[in-house]
Design a protein around this ligand. Structure first.
Ligand code: AKG
Length: 288
């Protein structure tokens, strides 16, 4: 199978044109997709009118799926492999628990000891305008730092928090962020990660990083802010405008992403995500 690829931006991303992900695919055929995934870091498949089961089945080709025990409130009640990302209010009219998912630059599950290999997001409904997702190439972010900065961050670990959302659990009144941190204590991750498959170094940082291990928040903040601003310079970023039935897969080991909240909240934005388990990384943070 020769893949028909179209680049999405200079920094990262490719569209795989004319492929139906629900159709049977040989090992060799999927191997080509996986090589493109490693090369372009995000892949887009358009016009995938698929079921949840087909979404899960295709995702399993990338590896074992997370059942989202770290985010129990956000998963689909009958399909634990699917994480809801929706602003659709609950049947009683309360706001969706996942209304603000992804509103900070992050890499999925970085606040766990098994951060994700990759995520596959399926678009079921988008607002008339806005609600795009931005992706940043963290290889380029690392490689374009000065040698001095590379030396400075080489041994650093960032403390990643699971939730910073202010929305409260409507049953208990406990803020979501507090609830999530009870399940997921803060985790220290290396600021520079070696991609386990490509061997390339990538910056592993984001807006869920509270401070560096062994340093105060005050001391850490300027450097965290600098690294996030550097990594999200326009030349390292792709901005995706969603269409219904888009499926996007991204490599969490060398990208980070941000869901933009720039749309009319009365309009439905409904996405569903599967999360592929990665390799162990990091350690539970001490004294966080
Ligand atoms: O809704 C989006 O565009 C991205 C969601 C997100 O950040 C995530 O699933 O981690």
């Amino acid at each position: 199978m020769a893949l028909n690829l179209r680049k999405l931006s200079h920094a990262l991303g490719a569209e795989v044109c004319g492929l139906d992900v629900s159709k049977p695919m040989s090992e060799a055929g999927f191997g080509e997709i996986y090589q493109a995934f490693l090369r372009y870091n995000i892949l887009l498949f358009r016009d995938q009118n698929i079921t949840r089961e087909q979404h899960i089945e295709f995702s399993r080709r990338f590896g074992e799926l997370d059942r989202h025990d770290a985010l129990p409130r956000d998963r689909h009640p009958r399909h634990p492999e699917i994480l809801m990302v929706t602003n659709e209010p609950k049947p009683d009219g309360a706001p969706s628990d996942t209304k603000y998912t992804g509103r900070q630059w992050h890499s999925d599950m970085s606040f766990t000891l098994v951060p994700s290999l990759g995520s596959l997001l399926r678009c079921l409904s988008v607002p008339e305008v806005g609600g795009d997702t931005m992706f940043a190439n963290m290889y380029l972010a690392y490689e374009t730092l000065s040698d001095g900065m590379k030396r400075l961050i080489a041994g650093l670990h960032g403390i990643h928090l699971s939730g910073t959302r202010k929305i409260a659990n409507t049953e208990t009144g406990v803020p979501r962020a507090e609830e999530q941190r009870r399940i997921n204590p803060p985790v220290a991750q290396p600021v520079v990660r070696v991609h386990p498959e490509t061997g390339r170094k990538a910056l592993y940082i984001g807006e869920k990083v509270k401070r560096f291990e062994g340093m105060t928040e005050e001391e850490s903040k300027p450097l965290i802010d600098y690294l996030v601003a550097h990594a999200t310079r326009p030349e390292f970023v792709y901005r995706h405008r969603w269409r219904k039935d888009d499926v996007m897969v991204w490599d969490n080991r060398c990208t980070m992403h941000l869901a933009l909240g720039d749309f009319d909240e009365t309009q439905l934005r409904h996405m569903e995500r599967t999360t592929v388990l990665g390799t162990p990384s990091g350690r539970v943070a001490q004294g966080a």
